[in-house]
Design a binder for this molecule. Structure first.
Ligand code: FNR
Length: 187
């Protein structure tokens, strides 16, 4: 089986972020031929500006796009801020609306929050944005409520959450292996 290259984006810049812990735990759960890299550059991207995009996209943006293009699939972990995703993640996504690196790309969304809802509104919000960008958004929705008791020292420790995360990774991997398959006729 050829290597499967997954990229994780985390929408929180906070040190000690629950969502960053989810992304790093997911990376540690991957086994060859699947490998996951956590992209750490979202906070370094400039604010999206269509004029800058048209004239001369900055090196950070080109690097971000190249990493997304090279990934077979993407895992997004996001906090919920004021019932939406974070500005930093939305900004990153805006830089690839026009360039299209997420078009047809399998993308899984995970939200973690200390609240009982597990970031359900951010999850819905992100799925809508990714769908309009023509990403192949996985139906599997993993929300992690009460995340402060399920994540310890930067790692997911709750068994049920780990099972959910493994299942998301299995779905993502399956989607990448189905990418090359022709659409069945007469279905
Ligand atoms: C929050 N938080 C929050 N939580 C939630 O479930 N729904 C919400 O709408 C919000 N809104 C919100 C706004 C702002 C400005 C802050 C600072 C926080 C709480 C949030 O889920 C919590 O801080 C998480 O720990 C953030 O994710 P990370 O940084 O731990 O990944």
């Amino acid at each position: 089986m050829p290597p499967i290259n997954l990229l994780a984006l985390c929408g929180s810049l906070r040190q000690g972020s629950l969502n960053s812990a989810v992304a790093h735990t997911a990376a540690s759960l991957c086994r060859p031929p699947v490998a996951m890299t956590v992209y750490e550059g979202l906070g370094g991207l400039p604010f999206f500006n269509p004029d800058v995009e048209r004239e001369c996209p900055p090196a950070e943006v080109l690097d971000f796009r190249a990493r997304l293009a090279a990934a077979d699939a993407v895992l997004i972990t996001s906090p919920e801020y004021a019932h939406g995703t974070s500005g930093v993640l939305k900004n990153g996504l805006e830089w690839v609306v026009g360039s299209g690196e997420l078009v047809d790309k399998p993308v899984a969304v995970v939200t973690a929050s200390p609240s009982m809802t597990g970031g359900a509104r951010a999850q819905a919000w992100l799925r809508e944005t990714l769908q309009v960008m023509s990403a192949r958004v996985l139906p599997h929705e993993l929300r992690i409520p009460c995340a402060t008791v399920k994540i310890t020292n930067g790692r997911v420790t709750d068994e049920e959450t780990l099972t959910g995360l493994r299942s998301v990774l299995a779905d993502l991997t399956r989607e990448t292996s189905q990418l090359g398959e022709p659409v069945p006729s007469g279905a």
